[in-house]
Design a protein around this ligand. Structure first.
Ligand SMILES: CC(C)(COP(=O)(O)OP(=O)(O)OC[C@H]1O[C@@H](n2cnc3c(N)ncnc32)[C@H](O)[C@@H]1OP(=O)(O)O)[C@@H](O)C(=O)NCCC(=O)NCCS
Length: 167
């Protein structure tokens, strides 16, 4: 269960250094070598679709979403999802996932892709993409390339490289 004192809100530009510090604490310097990072460095994430949890004024969890293209089809790329290590296992990650996916659906996005552990993300509607259907700019374990279909039929039409959409 999450704490009653926690607040979830969309990200502001001034949150950036605090969220970067969370990423560093959770992933270390190796994160920049990952294929998912290479997608995200192409264009900024969407602040209005990126959420954080603050507890007693400190940012303790964050999820970001970046508009992407798969071939010519627009969708969202989710990540990083990160929780301050001492606060893991308290439900903050799940709460942010529910919020992010709900907002994406409400705003009419047709799919959300991420790279992550299927057992964690499956309860939010994420399933493995068929191998070879979607590529990232770097190697990725196909078992970790997951997609939540928000509009019926959206996944069947996806084909090609994920690139960040410049808006
Ligand atoms: C993964 C992470 C975001 C989960 O957030 P969290 O707030 O700790 O998780 P929650 O409290 O919402 O959920 C805990 C549940 O998820 C499970 N869980 C946590 N990480 C998991 C994983 N990688 N795979 C499967 N299940 C996982 C826990 O076992 C627990 O299960 P339970 O509810 O049955 O007890 C967090 O642990 C984290 O920041 N990890 C380091 C960064 C990272 O790996 N991010 C994901 C990149 S794809």
């Amino acid at each position: 269960m999450t704490s009653d004192n926690s607040v979830t809100r969309s990200e502001h530009p001034s949150d950036h250094p605090h969220i970067e510090a969370l990423h560093h604490a959770a992933f270390g310097p190796g994160a920049r070598a990952r294929a998912a990072f290479r997608v995200r460095e192409q264009a900024p994430h969407d602040l209005s679709l990126s959420f954080l949890t603050a507890l007693n004024g400190a940012i303790i969890a964050s999820v970001r979403m970046t508009p992407v293209l798969v071939g010519a089809t627009e969708g969202l790329f989710l990540g990083p999802l990160v929780v301050d290590p001492p606060r893991k296992g308290c439900g903050y990650g799940k709460a942010l996932m529910r919020r992010a996916v709900a907002e994406a659906a409400e705003r009419g996005w047709s799919f959300v892709i991420l790279v992550g552990d299927e057992p964690y993300y499956a309860p939010f509607g994420f399933k493995r993409l068929p191998p070879g259907q979607v590529a990232l700019p770097g190697p990725v374990d196909p078992a970790r390339l997951l997609c939540a279909e928000l509009e019926p039929g959206a996944v069947a039409g996806l084909s090609g490289m994920i690139t960040a959409a410049r808006r």
